[in-house]
Design a protein. Sequence first.
Length: 374
Amino acid sequence: MSVRRLAEDQFQPAAFAFNDENAAWADKTIQKYPEGRQQSAVIPLLMRAQEQDGWVTRAAIEKIADMLDMAYIRVLEVATFYTQFQLGPVGTRAHIQVCGTTPCMLRGSENLMAVCKSKIHHHPFERNAEGTLSWEEVECLGACVNAPMVMIGKDTYEDLTPERLEEIIDTFDAGNGASITPGPQIDRHFSSPEGGPTSLTDEEPKKKASAKKVVAEAATAQVDAAPVPPSEAARPKSTDAETNAALKTPVTAPKAAAKNVKAVEEQAVAAPATDAGKPSLSDKNRPAGIEKPATPDDLKLISGVGPKIEGTLHELGIFTFAQVAGWKKAEREWVDGYLNFKGRIERDDWIKQAKALAKGGEAEYIKVFGKKPR
Ligand code: FES
C-alpha cells in the first residue's frame, strides 16, 4: 500500500472551479441529501472533480469543503483514504491500478507490475515520457475470482496475462481504450467457470424441478377442490360478539391445506413416479433383459439418463447401447411408462443416440450429433 499524500506544490493549481455542467450537477447532488446532511455528497463531488481535471487537487479539496461546509482536513481525510482518488497528476490516457493483494499476487500480479514498470515507468505514480500513462499498486479491487486484474478508470480488466496487459496498455496509449471490452479477458462469462458451466448441466435437476411443479399443481388442485364456503350474501349474518369469538378460534383449514401441500410434496419428491398406471413387469412389451456383462456400457452417455435412471435400467436387465437401440415402439412405450417419462424417450431420441454409441462410441456420437454425448 502506497503512502497517500497531496502532490508537490509545483503541481498544484492556484484555484479550482467546477465547469458549468459539473457545477449544476454538484448543486443537484447536494440537494439530494436531507437538510444538515449535505456532507454526504463529499465522495461524489470529489469523484466529479477528478473526472474533470484528471486528479484531485488541493484547490478542489478546499473548494468542495467550502461547498459542503466542512473543515478542509475532513475532505482531505476522505481523499487520502480511498485509492480511487488520485492525489497527483496521472497519465492522461490511462492510469493503471494493479491489484497486488494475495489472490492476484498468487495468480501473477507481480508479472503485471513488471509490465507496467517496463512500459510506463519503473516507479509507480511516475508518468511515461509523453505523460499519457501511469500506474500504481492497489489493494483488493473485489474481482479476486478473476485474478489477476487491473482497474483503469471505472472499469476492471480481469484474467490477465502480461501479454494481454501489454496489448491493453498499447490500446489505451493509442487513444482506443474504449474499444476494449472490460471484464474477463479470457473465455469466461463474468465470474462463471472458464469455458462454460460445469454444474447443473444434466437433466436431473430439471427433472426434479418439474416434479416439484407437478406436485405444486396437484396440491393446488386439491385445495381448489375443497368445499367452497357459502357466498357472502348466503352466509347468515353474525353478531359482533359471535365474530369476536370466531376470531379467537384458531383457523385450522389453511393449516390443514398447507400440511396437505407439504405431504403431497414430500411424497412426490420421495417417489416421483407413482405405481399408478405403471406398466407391469410381466407385460409382454417389457424389453428382454440380459445378465450383467463384465463391462456394461455407460448408459449415462445417453442424454436423459442419469445415475438413477441407469440404476433402474440395470434392474430391468438393460446394460448395453445395443439393447436400447433394438427396442421396438411398444417396448419404448413400456420403458417410457415404467420410468414415468411422458414421452421423453422419443423426444430425446434414445434410439438414435444408442445406435450411434453402439456403432462407434463417442466418436460416432459426435459424428452424428455434432457434439459430445451429454
Ligand atoms: S485480490 Fe485482486 S481483486 Fe481481490
